[in-house]
Ligand binder design. Structure first.
Ligand SMILES: Cc1ncc(COP(=O)(O)O)c(C=O)c1O
Length: 507
């Protein structure tokens, strides 16, 4: 394969024209499966909040780079120099995409997703401010932006959201200020998501930063759900008080599977903190009894051989997003989100979570819902087995948030009658497990109106045949349903060894 393969797209092309051109250029948008009806059809992939499909331009960039692949910790031979420069370009590309001035910010690649970055930043703040032991996080956080803070700090408090139950909106700024006042002097930082991975609801991150900074606290933003969907400005032309101190996301949610976690962090925060990971690439000189850590960022935080290929793949995907323009990406997404929300509101049995008053609580294109009469596991499985619609279900690693939004339904079901929330966990665990969850639909650049129409039509169709579908499945426990007869052998669809065999046979 040579670069010529990718020359059909004019490099000057930008904006909507480029979006229209590349929206079919993703690996996996033409994947077909055979369904419970024995019909074979194309998959409708509506699970982008978990991981996005791979952008072909990013894959092609990585493939071309492999001709020069070499470790970065040397600049003597051609390939090592090319790798080193390409890897440095990846850092710079991400900083510029997020409007982070390289004088003030550094970009660090870590682990396989944002989780490693949250663990690292929490430890950094623990070391930087050992006397401040309180962290404030919102109620809507993914466990990855919750548990690391619990691990490294004595107190982690959840900031309430506006509204109640299933109608909750974004973070409640008054509640945030109350907590900042109450624990004044002890709050090390506030950690919030820019957009929820459950409801897609967006938090006002710059207002949160301003408030936190006024009380001497830093701000960590989980950008996992926003970075591929809206323009982000961590610190350019933003008053200093509204800057984001650390912005974290996962490359696999930006059309670049296999890429690392990313932390864009203010240099002043990280410059003097002792790195946790030590080894090659982060030291200047090593003696038998001592060693000198390099002052250079990001090197001192990236011990060992980095995920060079993944970082370059990710930066290539980001280059494409930047050329389209994030305003165009978000406008296009909003059009499809409106269509999805309106369609769901037309189904009387559908219960949508999070306020869907978009003028008050804007959201990215992620919607969690339930359908009265169907457990979340059953609904998601029918959508897959009979309609080839891939959605996610359960609690999406955000148990406190999902639980808070579900309480209303459990009351409606009379499960909690005469009980209170404290005994929630002592109820019949299987009964609860089957109902403790939602179905989540999330869109990406490749999502079409056809995908949303297919989802809505499927929900209406299965809703009208409740008894038929209920008879086809058995409950397996733990929220899982299995079809009584249709049990496809997934390894016959793909197994790494089969691919190895195929290539070896054709040698
Ligand atoms: C909002 C949010 N934060 C954090 C994470 C954790 O990301 P990773 O598993 O890539 O570390 C996710 C993943 O789903 C997420 O959606």
């Amino acid at each position: 394969m040579t670069l010529n393969t990718y020359e059909r797209c004019n490099p000057q092309m930008r904006g909507l024209d480029l979006l229209q051109k590349i929206r079919t250029d993703f690996i996996g948008i033409d994947t077909h499966y055979t369904l419970a009806t024995a019909k074979r059809s194309k998959r409708h992939f509506l699970d982008s909040a978990a991981s996005t499909l791979m952008m072909k331009t990013a894959q092609a960039t990585a493939f071309e780079f492999l001709n020069h692949y070499s470790n970065t910790h040397s600049i003597t031979h051609f390939s090592a120099r090319i790798s080193t420069e390409a890897y440095e370009w990846a850092h710079a590309r991400i900083l510029s995409f997020l409007h982070a001035d390289p004088e003030d910010y550094t970009c660090i690649f870590l682990g396989s997703g944002s989780t490693s970055c949250f663990n690292r930043i929490s430890k950094i703040f623990r070391d930087l401010k050992p006397d401040q032991n309180t962290v404030l996080i919102s109620l809507m956080e993914h466990h990855s932006n919750d548990l690391p803070h619990r691990q490294h700090h004595d107190n982690v408090f959840h900031i309430p959201l506006e509204g109640e139950g299933r109608h909750m909106g974004h973070l409640n700024m008054i509640a945030l200020e109350d907590l900042l006042q109450k624990y004044q002097g002890d709050v090390s930082y506030v950690a919030v998501t820019a957009a929820s991975n459950v409801t897609g609801i967006i938090n006002p991150i710059h207002e949160i930063a301003q408030l936190a900074h006024a009380y001497g606290a830093y701000v960590v933003v989980d950008g996992s759900q926003i970075v591929a969907r809206q323009s982000v400005n961590v610190g350019h032309n933003v008053p200093h008080s509204r800057n984001i101190d650390a912005f974290i996301f996962s490359g696999h949610k930006v059309y670049a599977p296999g890429s690392p976690g990313v932390m864009v962090v203010r240099r002043e925060v990280i410059q003097d903190v002792v790195p946790t990971n030590v080894g090659g690439g982060m030291v200047n000189r090593v003696f038998r009894q001592s060693y000198e850590v390099s002052p250079k960022l990001p090197d001192r935080e990236e011990a060992g051989t980095p995920n060079i290929l993944g970082a370059i793949t990710l930066a290539a995907a980001i280059e494409v997003l930047d050329r389209i323009g994030m305003d165009i990406v978000s406008k296009e997404e909003e059009r499809l989100l409106q269509m999805l929300l309106l369609g769901l509101q037309d189904i009387p049995e559908a219960i949508i979570y999070g306020s869907y008053d978009l003028s008050r609580y804007p959201r990215v294109a992620t919607v969690a819902f339930n359908l009265a009469g169907f457990d979340h596991g059953l609904l998601a499985t029918i959508l897959n087995d009979y309609y080839n619609v891939a959605v996610r279900n359960d609690c999406f690693c955000a148990h406190p948030y999902v639980r808070e939004m579900l309480l209303q339904e459990l009351w409606d079901l009379d499960v909690l009658n005469d009980l209170n929330q404290d005994v929630f966990d002592h109820l019949d665990q299987e009964f609860i497990k089957a109902r403790q969850g939602m179905v989540r639909v999330s869109l990406g650049l490749y999502t079409t109106e056809r995908d949303i129409e297919a989802l809505l039509a499927a929900i209406c169709d299965l809703n009208s045949q409740h008894d038929f579908y209920a008879q086809q499945y058995s409950y397996q426990g733990n929220g899982v349903y299995r079809h009584n007869e249709f049990q496809p052998n997934h390894t016959s669809l793909f197994h790494p060894q089969d691919v190895v065999n195929f290539f070896l046979k054709n040698k």
